[in-house]
Design a protein around this ligand. Structure first.
Ligand SMILES: NC(=O)c1ccc[n+]([C@@H]2O[C@H](COP(=O)([O-])OP(=O)(O)OC[C@H]3O[C@@H](n4cnc5c(N)ncnc54)[C@H](O)[C@@H]3O)[C@@H](O)[C@H]2O)c1
Length: 268
């Protein structure tokens, strides 16, 4: 089987919904047991049930990636139930603080986005790395975004955070290559998740003409068609399939890469 993950244990941050849930589902289908680490316990618990239905072991831990003590408790909690973490998917991410409407000038948006998307991602990685280094085996997959390289309709603070994820991925890949730890990133295009829906809701509340009185999915689709050559959205399942491949031995000689999954928006 391509992307066979039998016998592997994966931790997915933000695994309770959206892309994270797509990654959880596909990795379980490929044979992995899953630790769902999310700030939203309700969604994490539902994700756990989904994995159980697929027939794999699932665990959920409460984790706020912006809080080092929460990360420590979550990792300790996970390791009291599983004896290793083979795969870490750093997926939890935001596009601004609450109330963000798409301008690039609020300090709170810069600070909160950095805290979750970059520092939080690095702190979770730091907490898991010792487990991987001890066994000389690990696959780390960081979720960047098409926004890193093509920022149309995207705020500067979000694009900056996602480019930083790419830089972090490359630096870490070099640092731990000799210890058999692969570090790669995925840059998804546009997926219709709460991420977009919440952002449009905020804009609507502020009376923004972009969304006011319009069907939000139609707005999402018309923006997408302007920038994505294939003219269709990506799906959580697309991202799950790519993450499963990168986490498998089929990708054992791929490290330090960022793979676009964006219908051709960025070609390089
Ligand atoms: N949706 C898209 O079009 C798109 C495109 C490119 C990249 N991305 C990236 O993909 C990732 C997932 O996006 P999504 O669309 O599924 O978003 P989403 O808002 O639907 O889900 C985010 C998940 O992360 C969790 N989370 C948020 N803050 C957290 C924190 N502090 N600690 C732990 N968990 C936290 C949430 O509870 C949720 O389960 C993000 O990194 C996002 O930047 C999304």
């Amino acid at each position: 089987m391509l992307a066979d993950l039998s016998g592997r244990i994966a931790m997915v941050t933000g695994g309770g919904q959206g892309l994270g849930l797509g990654i959880v589902e596909r990795m379980a289908e490929q044979g992995a047991d899953i630790v769902i680490a999310d700030i939203n316990d309700h969604n994490a618990s539902d994700a756990k049930d989904l994995v159980a239905k697929i027939g794999r072991n699932a665990y959920s831990v409460h984790m706020d990636v912006t809080d080092k003590s929460s990360i420590k408790d979550a990792v300790e909690g996970a390791l009291s139930r599983v004896d290793k973490i083979d795969i870490l998917v750093n997926n939890a991410g935001v596009a601004g603080a609450k109330g963000s409407t798409g301008t690039s000038f609020r300090d709170i948006d810069w600070e909160f986005t950095w805290k979750v998307n970059v520092k939080g991602l690095a702190d979770v990685t730091e907490a898991i790395l010792p487990v991987m280094r001890e066994r000389k085996y690990g696959k780390i997959i960081n979720i960047s975004s098409v926004a890193a390289k093509a920022a149309k309709y995207i705020t500067a603070y979000y694009a900056t955070s996602k480019m930083s994820v790419i830089a972090y991925t490359q630096a870490l890949a070099r640092e731990f290559a000799s210890e058999n730890i692969n570090v790669n990133a995925i840059a998804p295009g546009r997926i219709w998740t709460a991420f977009h829906q919440d952002w449009m809701d905020e804009r609507e509340k502020k009376g923004d003409g972009l969304v006011k009185g319009k069907d939000k999915y139609d707005v999402f689709m018309s923006q997408l068609k302007e920038v994505i050559p294939m003219g269709r959205p990506q799906t959580p399942s697309d991202i799950g399939a790519l993450a499963a491949f990168l986490a498998s031995e089929d990708a054992s000689n791929i490290t330090g890469q960022t793979i676009q999954c964006d219908g051709g928006q960025v070609m390089s």
